[in-house]
Design a protein around this ligand. Structure first.
Ligand SMILES: NC(=O)c1ccc[n+]([C@@H]2O[C@H](COP(=O)([O-])OP(=O)(O)OC[C@H]3O[C@@H](n4cnc5c(N)ncnc54)[C@H](OP(=O)(O)O)[C@@H]3O)[C@@H](O)[C@H]2O)c1
Length: 300
């Protein structure tokens, strides 16, 4: 039995698709934990062979039910806009699950986490520091654990689809010319599926998902312009402007500063600690992602 959290999310949803294709032939049963089963795709609900546990995977009673009889769990801490602290966001959300992993003897857990472990800035990287602490909490249960060590997602750009389409601009707080890895969520889901189906691994460790190349914001603007056939530029936002915008949308100070610290750490090499090799690279190029994911989203 493989348990999937966030089956309506970017990574969890794609993972569910992959496992629905591959798991039955391997005799693997699937269970999803979802707050609102109505949000699952019709095709999933129609199948009848996916066990559905209703509730938030941050709740003790829910994970206790969900992890009973589980061989493996796919774990994602959901992004929440108003956490009182970064520890509350990642660690407190995961504590009940860690207890349930132990209580039910879950053998393998695959979690979505971030690049940065072992770099000099890992301890002051805001959201990433908290995510790495979450990995330690899960690994501390003694289950076999793999953290998917991710850079920024290409899919983050979907949040700026409207301004890319209408104004030909996207923004962030990073330098325009700093190159860094970038991964597609589909590739992260594929890496998770591989680990969940072949559970020959033991102990704790990370599996980097680096994407095929490092790109700067200006590189991304060039590719976007070529794919969309019209100019798209990157605009670096002043920090105070960025803070005010996030706060205006209801984000807590902890979240805003956690993001700013993470982006500063990225400027200082947070994502540069892992070498890209055939094992750590993932296949989807930014150009391919723009063609296959962004372009249809802009038309929608
Ligand atoms: N974005 C990046 O660049 C980046 C980089 C590295 C790591 N990460 C990590 O990636 C993870 C996010 O993955 P994603 O993009 O696949 O997520 P996502 O698409 O934003 O999905 C969020 C999921 O969480 C669920 N959810 C929201 N609040 C919840 C709650 N209180 N209780 C239970 N479920 C809840 C949502 O379900 P509903 O349908 O019920 O709303 C949805 O399935 C985060 O842990 C983040 O730290 C992100």
């Amino acid at each position: 039995m493989i348990v999937i959290t966030t089956p309506t999310g970017q990574i969890g949803g794609r993972l569910l698709d992959i496992l629905l294709d591959l798991a039955p032939a391997r005799g693997e049963e699937l269970r999803v934990v979802v707050r609102d089963p109505e949000k699952l795709p019709d095709a999933v609900r129609a199948r009848g062979d996916v066990d559905v546990v209703t509730g938030s995977h941050g709740d003790a009673e829910v994970v206790d039910r969900a992890f009973a009889g589980a061989d493996a769990v796919f774990w994602v801490v959901p992004p929440t806009p108003r956490p009182p602290s970064l520890d509350a966001l990642y660690l407190d959300f995961t504590r009940a699950a860690a207890k349930a992993v132990t209580a039910h003897g879950v053998g393998h857990v695959v979690g979505v986490s971030a690049l940065g472990r072992g770099t000099p800035v890992a301890g002051r990287a805001g959201l990433v520091t908290a995510s790495l602490a979450m990995d330690d909490l899960i690994a501390g249960t003694g289950t076999a654990y793999r953290a998917l060590a991710c850079p920024s997602f290409m899919d983050n750009l979907l949040r700026q689809a409207a301004t890319i389409r209408d104004d030909g601009v996207f923004t962030d707080i990073v330098s325009a010319d700093r190159r860094a890895p970038l991964a597609a969520t589909g590739d992260i889901a594929a890496a998770a599926a591989g680990l969940l189906l072949d559970r020959s691994w033991t102990g704790a460790g990370e599996v980097p998902v680096l994407g095929p190349e490092d790109l700067s914001a200006d590189d991304m603007a060039r590719v976007l312009s070529e794919v969309l056939g019209r100019p798209v530029r990157y605009e670096r936002r002043p920090l105070d402007d960025f803070r005010a915008a996030l706060t205006g949308r209801g984000a807590t100070e902890a979240l805003v500063e956690g993001y700013v610290d993470m982006m500063r750490a990225k400027e200082d090499g947070l994502d540069a600690g892992v070498e890209r090799t055939p094992r750590t690279a993932s296949p989807t190029t930014f150009r391919q992602w723009c063609e296959e994911v962004l372009t249809p989203a802009l038309r929608a």
